[in-house]
Design a protein around this ligand. Structure first.
Ligand SMILES: CC(C)(COP(=O)(O)OP(=O)(O)OC[C@H]1O[C@@H](n2cnc3c(N)ncnc32)[C@H](O)[C@@H]1OP(=O)(O)O)[C@@H](O)C(=O)NCCC(=O)NCCS
Length: 305
């Protein structure tokens, strides 16, 4: 049974699962498939590459683990739905004690990550710094020109050397996406409306930074952006604010948790999982018939698939 006291005491959660290193065997994969909603199992099964299948499955399992373990909802009673723009939310049973309870996942590079907060709107994004799949960094930046403002390009291109510039590019990318994902708007939002002033310029692995500022339509915003490097290539940004973009103020008495991401093992990922759909051996056959990554991208994954 749910305890109101426990729910109100819920703190923010930051989890990361290294999905690219995960090599599930048949029993593991079939267990995972029977622990997610059928429509999600179907959607995940349609990805062409194992990399994407594992990442999406890990994302679903992270969300259910969160709700089972932090809201104390039995795994098989959790009903997740998506907004019209695709942001997953807990449709039932929703905790009336935590009306703003919010979570978000991201998967790219070697990890699937989840961030959750009891009182704040949350968006998370992870990106791995990598060389462009083809062409030069300059050409890649030219193609991406419209995604960032002149001031943002100034800080990206002001870094010393093309790797440092790519790293700063992906840092800005995670910041922008984290905000877009927090407010749940998806495609169609004019990215030139949001501008980041990053600080500090250099980050160290294993620390959480929250000095970066965002401007919306050139006005400073009260949103908090927590940034960290999961390792020397993976940038993660967590956007935290109020629920309504028009009153986007992180309330002064709500302190977002400055948490590091905890890296989960497979055993931890499924620790509370309960199968609720029948085992489907064809799902394993389909999984084993896929390639890990597209041939030409075997070593480089510059953009999300
Ligand atoms: C929909 C969108 C937000 C998804 O993000 P992404 O960067 O492709 O992928 P991520 O791995 O970070 O996140 C994917 C997860 O976010 C969640 N998600 C999907 N739509 C979402 C939305 N509208 N808002 C918040 N979260 C969303 C889902 O859980 C999804 O995983 P799942 O479908 O496997 O469950 C993104 O594609 C988008 O529309 N971006 C628009 C802004 C843009 O053009 N940015 C470019 C560079 S700044």
């Amino acid at each position: 049974m749910r305890s109101v006291g426990k729910l109100l005491a819920m703190e923010g959660v930051r989890w990361a699962f290294p999905c690219s290193r995960w090599a599930p065997g048949r029993p593991e994969w079939l267990l995972c498939a029977s622990c997610v909603q059928p429509e999600e199992k179907h959607r995940i099964g349609q990805f062409m590459f194992t990399r994407d299948v594992k990442a999406a499955m890990a994302g679903r399992l992270l969300m259910r683990k969160l709700i089972a373990e932090k809201l104390h909802v039995p795994w098989d009673k959790i009903r997740l739905d998506r907004t019209a723009k695709g942001k997953p939310f807990l449709a039932s049973p929703f905790p009336p004690e935590l009306p703003k309870f919010n979570f978000n996942v991201s998967h790219q590079g070697e990890y699937a990550v989840l961030a959750a907060e009891p009182e704040l709107q949350v968006g998370v994004d992870i990106m791995k710094t990598d060389l462009p799949g083809s062409g030069s960094t300059e050409e890649f930046f030219r193609l991406m020109h419209r995604q960032f403002t002149d001031r943002e390009w100034h800080s990206i291109k002001g870094m010393d050397g093309s790797w440092a510039q790519l790293d700063m590019f992906y840092r800005h990318w995670t910041l922008k996406e984290s905000f877009i994902k927090a407010i749940g708007v998806g495609l169609g939002f004019n990215l030139q409306r949001i501008e980041f002033e990053v600080s500090p310029l250099k980050m160290e692995v294993g620390k959480v930074y929250s000095e970066t500022k965002m401007y919306l339509d050139e006005e400073p915003e009260q949103w908090t952006f927590q940034e960290m490097l999961l390792d020397d290539k993976h940038h993660v940004a967590v956007a935290l604010g109020d629920t309504d973009i028009n009153t986007a103020q992180a309330s002064e008495n709500i302190k977002p948790s400055g948490l590091l991401f905890t890296i989960l093992t497979y055993e931890e990922l499924v620790a509370s999982a309960v199968p609720f759909t029948p085992e489907d051996s064809s799902y394993w056959d389909s999984f084993t018939s896929k390639q890990e990554v597209p041939q030409r991208q075997s070593s480089k994954t510059p953009l999300k698939s």
